[in-house]
Design a binder for this molecule. Structure first.
Ligand code: CTP
Length: 397
């Protein structure tokens, strides 16, 4: 949403606190955000929070009592590509529907030349009151796009319809409005990410340094383009929330294989980034192993190769990408993996470059396709590489 101009109107409902998250999402998408707050909304969220997050002054009054400066609502109304009023209280809704103009937000609404969206939020009985319904009908007839309130737990303690639609969903609606992010709509992507932990006893495990950053960045990029993502994640501290994301947390390689077996046939593509432990202890001790002898031996058994299983069970329309972490003869090893695991492409990671690999925010990769074409990418942030990779993958299926 780079450069898209969003004017946010914030009114005095408890859902105003969620607007901080919405502004963060919009700024992450590189949109420009300006905010108008009604005086009542300032009791729910501080204008300082809104100004800081939006990186712009907040507009509240027609004129500034300190320096006498006048806020030009006409210019403000001409600035945005879209004017979104969220949360919209029953009070401001009634004023919008009837042309009231007793604050800056309302005056700007009447002056606005751009499309207007509203996200109502109020208690359940207010939301279904005939006056509210009639006001919404009137606004819809003026061409205002309504993002209907959702069912759920309300600030009053009651349960019903009235919650403001979640910031992530508002973002999706804004993207739909701008026709952004729909290129992979209808596609389902299976991702594995993070490490696996193989239990030794109740307090110990065999793990590795994978943080999951690359896999999560790829998941986020697929979601931005409208795909549904099933993310099978080993233990990681990373958070990712999106309405099109189904996250399945696993610990061991065997758990990960089980989830992949449940999901793979439904997916259009698979990107397997997980750093799966190749071996696991033969036994998981029930009690903590006590220290006694000078040496102990841990017998390990090979874990199932999850990627190879997906390769064996791949149909002709599914596209499968693996990752390879190599320290020597990277391309030769990668080529063998493409063949042995029946992949369409493999992302080769050599750890040779400073700033590449586990835990770093940057990475250096090359992509080898099944016809052995090699594309080398320069050292980039994992988020930028995720864009390049998703471009590559989405052009291939
Ligand atoms: N992988 C997997 N299941 C395993 C091991 C690996 O799904 N048990 C996947 C990884 O997610 C990655 C790819 O296989 O996409 C390559 O993993 P890597 O460890 O580099 O290759 P291996 O096949 O395990 O071979 P080696 O350890 O000998 O390099």
């Amino acid at each position: 949403m780079k450069g898209k101009k969003i004017l946010l109107g914030i009114t005095g409902g408890i859902a105003a606190y969620k607007i901080a998250f919405l502004i963060r999402l919009l700024k992450k998408e590189e949109a420009e955000v300006k905010c108008i707050m009604t005086p009542a909304s300032c009791d729910f969220i501080s204008p300082l929070t809104i100004a800081t997050l939006s990186e712009n002054p907040v507009y509240i009054e027609f004129w500034n009592q300190k320096d006498g400066q006048w806020t030009n609502h006409v210019n403000l109304g001409m600035w945005p590509d879209v004017f979104l009023i969220a949360p919209l209280t029953a009070n401001t809704l009634a004023k919008l529907a009837t042309g009231y103009c007793d604050n800056l937000l309302l005056a700007t609404y009447l002056s606005a030349k751009c499309p207007v969206m509203i996200a109502p939020a109020m208690d359940l009985d207010m939301y279904v009151h005939p006056t509210t319904i009639q006001n919404l009908v009137n606004l819809a007839s003026f061409g205002v796009q309504i993002l209907p309130a959702e069912e759920g737990f309300l600030a009053s303690g009651l349960i019903g319809k009235g919650r403001m639609t979640e910031p992530e969903d508002i973002l999706i609606k804004l993207k739909e409005f701008f026709n952004i992010g729909e290129s992979l709509k209808g596609k389902k992507i299976l991702l594995t990410a993070g490490p696996t932990y193989e239990h030794i006893d109740p307090v110990r495990f065999i793990g590795n340094h994978s943080t999951g950053k690359m896999g999560y960045a790829i998941a986020e990029e697929f979601l931005k383009r409208g795909a549904k993502v099933i993310l099978i994640s080993g233990p990681t501290k990373l958070e990712l929330v999106h309405p099109n994301l189904q996250r399945l947390n696993v610990i061991t390689a065997e758990d990960m294989l089980f989830q992949v077996q449940q999901q793979w046939s439904e997916c259009n593509a698979g990107v397997f980034c997980a750093a799966v432990a190749d071996y696991r202890p033969v036994y998981r001790e029930n009690q903590k192993i006590k220290k006694k002898d000078e040496e102990i031996t841990l017998t390990l058994v090979k874990n199932p190769d999850i990627l190879a299983w997906a390769g064996q069970h791949k149909n002709s329309s599914q596209y499968l990408v693996g990752f390879a972490l190599e320290t020597n003869n990277a391309i030769d090893h990668a080529r063998k993996k493409v063949q042995n695991k029946n992949l369409d492409a493999i992302v080769v990671n050599t750890l040779e470059n400073e700033g590449a690999g586990f835990g770093h925010d940057t990475n250096k990769i090359a992509v080898l396709s099944k016809d052995f074409q090699l594309i080398d990418f320069p050292l980039k942030s994992k988020k930028e590489l995720a864009k390049d990779l998703v471009d590559f993958i989405s052009n291939s299926f």
